[in-house]
Ligand binder design. Sequence first.
Ligand SMILES: [Fe+2]
Length: 493
Amino acid sequence: MYIAEHEWSAPRTAILPTDAEAGRNLSRSAGEGRIRALYRRLAEGDWDDAGRAEAAQFLREQLAAAGTPDALPESPQDLTAWMQANAQAVAANYSIYLEQRAGGAPRRYFGNRAHALHFLRSVAPTKLVDGAWLYGLLPHWRNGRFDDLVRTYVEELGEGAADKNHVLLYRKLLVRYGLDPLDDLSDELHVQGLVQLALACNAEDFLPEVIGFNLGYEQLPLHLLISAYELNELGLDPYYFTLHVTVDNCDSGHAMRACKAVLETLPRIGDASDYWRRIRAGARLADAGAGTGAVIAGFDIEAEVVRILANKSGAGRGAHSDYCQVAGRKVNDWLSQPQQVPAFLAALQQAGWIKLGAPVEQSRFWGLLQGERAEMFGVFSSYELQVIHDWIRGDAASDGQPFAEHEAPAGRSRRPTFRAQAKLAAARGQAAPVAAGDDAGMLDPDLQALCEQLPRLADERQMQLLVQAMSPAQHWTPAGLHATRLFWERVRS
Ligand SMILES: [Fe+2]
């Protein structure tokens, strides 16, 4: 599907520089779904000229909407000091957070387990293209001035190891907690991921912005530390987040290399001041779209329950017998239109099928969803069950209890963290096997094609094929991982 430039829609683009563009923006307000559509197209590797032009226009609009003030120093020579000051401020704020928690303060981010899972689902469009903004520099790997950036990209890809590839780790997280499908996530939640993909496929025209984006995005933020801490506390795997705490470090990690890359790529012959201005503009794109704070604050558990049930209503409206009635009305009738879900939920509460604020076992409705004789067993994903569970329990759900566990025995106020559970599983010999680094023997059509084609190609064409297989659409697949390992071996040799 081709999307005309004037049809772009993004909440951040409400402020545009000219009246004509402002008017155009108003006409876009009904265009929900278009950012998501282009995101998907680019994420799937469909980078035709029209798509790239649309992505470039999107970037220009995001740059215009981002405004001018930023926290960067006036001179790029001060970047290292700026980065270190930022890292110190984050460390100081994190230690305050830890002190507050040790003193009995509640979790700052996630009110319950469903809230944390909702966050993981909402930020998925960004995490599933992690590192993409640097991909456009990969074909230029011979330019030594890009060494730090190429290395950063390869590290985002885990250097080709399945258990270190950031995108693959996030994909596994989504499966593990039943967080997909992601089809109905809003345009706003796709803005940041689309910025990254748009930079990936337009690096030649937006080189300073790519370098600036990398600078802004790779600084260690406080929210990463707190998210990791609270996910672990809730028994959820924090590895994707803790991994970034270590790779983004300001000593030798991505944050330091992002600063070095700016200094290494500043023009010696061209206009360095204009280049620096564009780098700063690119850095502001790191804040495009819904940020961590907004996503967390935007969680409305009742609205999420309604969304979940409305999505099921299509399949459920013919699945109940005429004997299934609530408030004198057949369940099939209630489910005939998704917009009736709030009234249906109210009727279920009035009829006593759902008892809000009480243990879930007291709600007959819950007994239909979960348990040994649940008639609707398997209808809802584990994430959806957790949302319904926490909604029914209300304030009590702040204990972070998973839906499948029985109520904690009296006197046991804390449940084990994710790390404690992992240690216990390892001690019992139940730990998941570490993914093998070499998956060359894995059955996969692209991996087979790659292995067949490579020996027949000259060196230069081989590198081109490897770069192609390392695109955001493919690098997490067996062929992409294999290509990453070969590419990195050759670049370093
Ligand atoms: Fe990453």
